[in-house]
Write a protein that binds this ligand. Structure first.
Ligand code: AMP
Ligand code: TRP
Length: 333
């Protein structure tokens, strides 16, 4: 039986290689299976949990949908829409926030990281963010949610919320408990400057990441400057534990080439770092170059992108409004 796939990406600009290898590449693969029903959401309500410039936000929404299409998701066969246009997401999030427990949310590590030292100044939205994410998923009866490893804890919370709602109202299996789909070969793509930090949109140094809009020469330059160490190229997997930056670069290479990490190590074990870096830049450019070109082309046709989002909104609303109506009934509204 096919899967019901739902995933979301925040329109916060600077989509990067981590987003692509950790999530979007998987979206594309899942969307190519005719048996699957896929919904990909540009989660603009999530984006405003931290301050956004309204003009840039509008552009970033288009850019995110352009990235989906440019990466290979067919807008005719899959639903793509932006979250704020389907009001059931906000409604369901409120109702589910009355089901979720403070103790559960207090354990969320992403909030702790994003709020930093001054939690008092973080928005309430940043704190309740995973409840909105649960609403996104549960409105569509999604069976599988492809995400990067950093979202695993949020998905566990979503599962807990679904189970508690079903228990509280005594309706078995009404909210479907979804399964996460996470890349098996690596947990996250790390910064090019620090192998212990994840590659992130919000990192100040642009040299820490490969953006999907970077051109060929910039990619070559960023890989050239990527941090490594003074040892020769590794020859065995167990050498990588203490070499996070080298590990990360080899993971990027293996993931782009769809080979195992062991195969990547073998390919470069007798070569030097500069040769490896040249091949790595080449492989990134071969993969990302055509996507970058297509993103730029699509961004010139705003009407087309807006039309995709409008059509997606109609289809998504149809599904979500049925579910929220049932939720209203169950709750007693
Ligand atoms: P976001 O931009 O935070 O909405 O993330 C979109 C998707 O990319 C989510 O599924 C994340 O888990 C995934 N993701 C973000 N950063 C990374 C990373 N450095 N490595 C792997 N996956 C990532
Ligand atoms: N929280 C996710 C992230 O930052 C984005 C997201 C929002 C999402 N809603 C979702 C992912 C629903 C999967 C399913 O990456």
């Amino acid at each position: 039986m096919g899967k019901k796939i739902f995933s979301g990406v925040q329109p916060t600009g600077n989509l990067h290689l981590g987003n692509y290898l950790g999530a979007i590449k998987n979206f594309v693969k899942l969307s190519e299976d005719k048996d699957n029903e896929c919904i990909f959401c540009v989660v603009d309500l999530h984006a405003i949990t931290v301050k956004q410039n309204p003009v840039e936000l509008k552009e970033n929404i288009r850019e995110t949908v352009a990235t989906f299409i440019a990466s290979g998701i067919d807008p005719k066969k899959n639903i793509m829409f932006n979250q704020s246009q389907v009001s059931a997401h906000s409604e369901a999030a409120w109702i589910l926030s009355c089901v979720a427990r403070m103790g559960w949310l207090n354990r969320m590590t992403q909030f702790k990281e994003k709020a930093g030292k001054d939690k008092e100044k973080a928005s309430i939205g940043l704190y309740s963010y995973p409840i909105l994410m649960a609403a996104d998923i549960l409105l569509y009866d999604a069976t599988h949610v492809p995400v990067g490893d950093d979202q695993k804890q949020h998905l566990e919370l979503c599962r807990d919320i679904a189970q508690k709602f079903n228990n509280d109202f005594g309706i078995d299996n009404f909210l479907k408990v979804p399964e996460p789909l996470i890349q098996k070969n690596f947990s996250r793509i790390m910064s090019l400057k620090d192998g212990k930090k994840k590659m992130s949109k919000s990192e100040i140094s642009d040299l820490s990441r490969i953006n999907l809009k970077d051109d060929e020469s910039l990619i070559i330059n960023k890989i050239k400057k990527a941090k490594t160490d003074t040892l020769p190229m590794p020859t065995k997997l167990d050498e990588l534990g203490k070499r996070p930056e080298v590990n990360n670069l080899l993971i990027i290479y293996s993931s782009i080439k769809d080979i195992s990490l062991e195969e990547a190590i073998k390919e470069f074990s007798r070569k030097n770092f500069s040769e490896f870096k040249e091949d790595l830049s080449q492989s990134i450019n071969d993969k990302i170059g055509p996507i970058t070109k297509e993103i730029k082309k699509l961004l010139n046709d705003k009407n087309y992108l807006d039309k995709i989002l409008q059509e997606g909104c109609i289809k998504a609303s149809e599904i979500a409004s049925k579910k929220i109506n049932k939720i209203h009934e169950i709750v007693g509204f």
